[in-house]
Design a protein around this ligand. Structure first.
Ligand code: ZN
Length: 355
């Protein structure tokens, strides 16, 4: 079949919807630092790392075994944040995120980061971190012809007081950020602790996405309800917990609340046992606006192509459902209708010129 846009991982190929861009809506800067960059920054700043080359470093920062547990996953962040030794390191990591997304063939990326988390190890100035990340993203967009937007994260695990300071840092750049997110331990730091933070975010015109329902229990569903009703979330990160709550799924369908699906991440943290246990397929069958995203590709050792060609079929998605998820990503992207139309026009022009 000539001129069908495909996405390929190894031998496997998936045919994309030719008139829609390839989009990742849920990717963390902190979970996506190049192995070479970790070694280089460690060397530059005399930070001790338990490795001398990329291959010996890999098991310390990537999920390489079948051990599936959330704490083992979180431990992988340690070396990644350890090399964020100054603001230049933060800028470089953000810039390389854009470069890597461009070389993955991604047309549009929403990249998220928690300034407090990035600043914590070396006690950097969180406002400086925000500025450096936004600079790195802007330079990447300019140099690689990528389209991308930045999402600010409040790390809930530090508690609501610190989150206010984190918000204050992000609010220094109201136009550099498109949305506010909440990430971290949702069991001990439920969304209702952060109502005031999100009220302020909505007041400056930011969109809202919240990590909620990463697990399929009752707390998960409750947190999704709170994220939507009290924090104003129009997108939910993970959202697995919605699966056990029919009225919630009906509500999300009716109010077009989107789900940012992250298949491999959810398997690696044991949110689901296997890809086949993931409810993404059922969400799509019900017409929910669910998409396919990477979460922490550096730690998971994946890219967006892997999620489309390996993870999604393993989760039972048909080719049509994968294309639906691809279209849902554009529908629910934090872009104006003009920006969405321009992304599609670019795609259609490219498609036309290759025929
Ligand atoms: Zn995430």
């Amino acid at each position: 079949m000539p001129d069908q846009p495909t996405v390929q991982y190894g031998e496997t190929q998936i045919i994309l919807d030719p008139s829609f861009p390839f989009i990742d809506l849920h990717r963390h800067i902190e979970g996506n630092v190049r192995l070479e960059t970790i070694l280089d920054l460690a060397d530059k700043h005399a930070i001790s790392v338990p490795a001398t080359n990329v291959e010996s470093l890999r098991p310390h920062v990537q999920v390489t075994t079948s051990t599936r547990d959330v704490m083992a996953f979180i431990a992988k962040f340690e070396l990644l944040t350890a090399v964020m030794a100054d603001l230049e390191a933060c800028r470089r990591i953000a810039y390389e995120n854009i470069e890597d997304a461009a070389s993955e063939g991604i047309d549009y990326l929403e990249l998220r980061f928690s300034p407090w988390f990035m600043a914590a190890t070396h006690q950097l100035d969180p406002i400086g971190v925000v500025e450096s990340v936004l600079d790195g993203v802007a330079e990447g967009i300019r140099d690689f012809g990528m389209r991308a937007k930045s999402i600010g994260i409040l790390s809930r695990t530090y508690g609501p007081q610190v989150a206010l300071k984190e918000l204050e840092a992000l609010l220094q750049y109201p136009d550099g950020i498109v949305a506010l997110d909440l990430a971290g331990d949702e069991i001990n730091f439920p969304p209702q602790l952060f109502e005031e933070h999100f009220r302020q975010a909505r007041a400056v015109g930011w969109q809202i996405t919240v990590h909620a329902g990463e697990h399929s229990d009752e707390v998960g569903a409750l947190n999704i309800w709170t994220a939507i009703k009290e924090l104003g979330a129009v997108r939910i990160g993970h959202g697995i917990g919605a699966w056990n709550d029919l009225p919630l799924m009906d509500y999300m369908l009716e109010h077009r609340v989107a789900i940012e699906g992250c298949l491999t991440s959810n398997v690696q943290t044991s949110s689901v046992k296997t890809y086949a246990d993931h409810p993404l397929k059922q969400f799509l069958e019900r017409g929910l606006l669910a998409s396919i995203n990477t979460d922490d590709p550096g730690i998971s050792n994946i890219d967006l192509a892997y999620e489309y060609t390996v993870a999604a079929p393993a989760a039972g998605l048909t080719g049509k459902q994968i294309q639906q998820a691809q279209r849902n990503a554009l529908t629910t992207a934090f872009l104006s209708s003009e920006e969405k139309a321009s992304l599609r026009a670019k795609k259609q022009n490219l498609q036309g010129s290759s025929e």
